[in-house]
Structure formats: structure tokens, C-alpha cells
Design a protein around this ligand. Structure first.
Ligand SMILES: NC(=O)c1ccc[n+]([C@@H]2O[C@H](COP(=O)([O-])OP(=O)(O)OC[C@H]3O[C@@H](n4cnc5c(N)ncnc54)[C@H](O)[C@@H]3O)[C@@H](O)[C@H]2O)c1
Length: 302
């Protein structure tokens, strides 16, 4: 079988999760970073974007640059005649996304984009749970990514607070892709967003102590109406120190589905069936509802 040769553009934090692939070359704006990444992972060539795109052996290029550069780099990749895979967010606007898609079509090239976690065992098990009617007909859902920010762990967290990022564009794709894959297309949305803190102090190394000036909203409160009539709310925040909100839940006529974190391929799934409440009510005559744990794990997925 012929192995397709792959190139990576962007040698930052996430690039190491792609190095198990047959990478022919890696490139970065910072050439030294490209060279050191190549050396670290045994990649044959660390070079500039131009050199990588001129390599005739490379057929697929993975775009791991910062969001603000995605569209420009995506277009460069396609113009060089390479198939494209892009980290999320695929584009910063619908118009940009459509431009990239129509360029790929005109060149007869394929494109793919993160996230693909909805294809993992966790969310695919949820797909089967819903299809098999465990929670009946879905009525509503909630999606919540609540965190206090990226500057506590990322080596270059500034871009998360600049155009193209913020919690909705950065983490929203995992949650919304999961919901769309499970519930179908969204008909309409509404959202409010605000900036929790205008500046953020970096806690992680090597930029510890530096201040980030925040340019995009850091807390989003939204609602979505799906074409099948399901309503969902969504909260995405880099401003909240602690919360008990669940990551992802779908509520149906027969029960509740508590989904795993859609940022990962596996995770724990819980189902809460209406019988657990109704049987208890029957047993106790419906007067004194007992304090019982009516939530059961169905599966732990590695
Ligand atoms: N870090 C994570 O945990 C994570 C997880 C999933 C997805 N992602 C996504 O992956 C992408 C990269 O994230 P990261 O955390 O690796 O960022 P990073 O800042 O660590 O790395 C980005 C790299 O891209 C390079 N770069 C920027 N513009 C470029 C350009 N025009 N041409 C060539 N190189 C360029 C930078 O020099 C840098 O080395 C983002 O879209 C992010 O949303 C990150």
C-alpha cells in the first residue's frame, strides 16, 4: 500500500499530537522551531512554508497555525495543489470558509478539519443510545465549557484572546459539532457575549508575568434551535473560576443522557431513565420521594 506523505505547517503546542503520522516535513514562521521540531520527532525536513509547499512528494498538508492565519495558510496549501486538513476553527467567518471550500473544489482537492472527536467511541456510543431510543425523543440540551483560561498552561496563550479565538471559536467547535452530529442541523441561534477581563496575566512559562490585552469576548451565553425542534443552551467561558455546570447533556422524553467531554474521543456516559424516578414514586406512594442516586453509569470508554 502506498503511504501518502504529509507536511505540517505550525510547530506549536498541538503539533506533537500529529507526529505519529508519516510526516515528510514541518514548517513554521519561526524556522528554528521547524528545525528543532523536525529533529525532536525524526521528521526528515524542518523548513519554511514555501519550501514545504514546493515539495512534490507531499500530498496532504496539516494546518496547525494560529486561528488568525488559518484561511491564508489554507489557501496557500490548496494553491500549491495539496489536500488540506486544518485544526479548528476552520475559518473565522462563513465567507472565509466558503472561499476555501470553493477553492478546493475548483482544484479537485480534498479538505478536512478538526474536530473529529465526535467520531470517537464516546460520542458514537451516545449516537447509538439516542438512535436506540434510550432517552426517547430529544427535547433540549445544554453545552457548557467553563474554564478560567489558557494562560495557566499554554506556552504562547496570547492568540486565544485575539481575533479568531476566544472560547466560542476555540472550544465551541467540539460542543457544537457533537450536538449537530447527534441532533442534526441548527435552524437559528442567538447569543450574548462579553469580555470578562480586559487584560490577563500569563501564569505559564516562558511568558509568565506578561500581560495579554484581550480583544475578543471571553464569555458567551447562547441558545440554539435545531431543525428537529430541539432547543439547546450553550455557555463558553474563559472567565469562570469554578462551576458545577455539566459539559454536555441531552434531555429526552424518556430520560437524560449525560455525555462525555466532547474534547476527547472516549469518556464516561451516564443515562438517567424515567423509570428510576417513576418506580421509586410507585414504591413510596409518591408522597415522600426517597433520596436515592438515580443516575447510572452505563459505560466507561477508554
Ligand atoms: N494547544 C492545544 O491544546 C490545541 C488543541 C487542539 C487544537 N488546537 C488548535 O491548533 C492550532 C495551533 O494551536 P497551538 O496550541 O499549537 O498554537 P501555538 O501558538 O503553540 O503554535 C502555532 C504555531 O504556528 C506558527 N505560525 C503562526 N502563523 C503562521 C503562519 N502564517 N505560517 C506558518 N506558521 C505560523 C507559530 O509560529 C507557532 O509556532 C490552533 O488552531 C488551535 O486552536 C490547539
Amino acid at each position: 500500500m502506498r503511504k501518502v506523505k504529509i507536511g505540517i505547517i505550525g510547530c506549536g503546542v498541538i503539533s506533537n499530537t500529529y507526529t505519529w503520522l508519516d510526516i515528510q516535513a514541518c514548517a513554521d514562521l519561526d524556522r528554528d522551531k521547524a528545525v528543532s521540531t523536525a529533529k525532536k520527532y525524526g521528521i526528515p525536513k524542518g523548513c519554511s512554508t514555501e519550501e514545504l509547499l514546493n515539495d512534490p512528494e507531499i500530498e496532504i498538508v496539516i494546518n496547525l497555525t494560529i486561528p488568525a492565519a488559518h484561511t491564508e495558510v489554507n489557501k496557500q496549501i490548496l494553491m500549491a495543489g495539496k489536500h488540506l486538513y486544518c485544526e479548528k476553527p476552520f475559518a473565522l467567518s462563513l465567507q472565509e470558509a466558503e472561499e476555501v471550500i470553493s477553492l478546493a473544489k475548483s482544484k479537485g482537492l480534498m479538505i478536512g478539519a478538526a474536530p473529529e472527536t465526535f467520531l470517537g467511541a464516546g460520542l458514537q456510543t451516545c449516537r447509538k443510545v439516542i438512535d436506540d431510543g434510550w432517552i426517547g425523543t430529544p427535547i433540549s440540551a445544554t453545552a457548557n465549557m467553563i474554564s478560567y483560561g489558557i494562560e495557566t498552561w499554554h506556552t504562547s496563550p496570547e492568540f486565544f484572546y485575539k481575533k479568531g479565538a476566544g472560547p466560542m471559536l476555540d472550544m465551541g467547535p467540539y460542543y457544537i459539532t457533537a450536538l449537530v452530529s447527534l441532533l442534526g442541523p441548527i435552524k437559528r441561534t442567538a447569543c450574548f457575549a462579553n469580555i470578562g477581563r480586559k487584560t490577563r496575566k500569563i501564569y505559564s512559562k516562558p511568558l509568565r508575568g506578561k500581560t495579554i490585552s484581550v480583544e475578543v469576548p471571553t464569555t458567551y451565553t447562547g441558545i440554539m434551535e435545531f431543525e428537529n425542534g430541539v432547543n439547546a443552551n450553550i455557555n463558553m467561558s474563559f472567565d469562570i473560576w469554578m462551576s458545577n455546570l455539566p459539559k454536555l447533556e441531552i434531555y429526552g422524553t424518556e430520560g437524560t443522557l449525560i455525555l462525555p467531554d466532547p474534547n476527547y474521543f472516549g469518556g464516561k456516559i451516564k443515562i438517567f431513565r424515567k423509570e428510576r424516578v417513576l418506580d421509586a414514586l410507585k414504591l413510596y406512594g409518591g408522597e415522600d420521594k426517597p433520596q436515592i442516586d438515580i443516575c447510572e453509569d452505563i459505560q466507561e470508554i477508554p
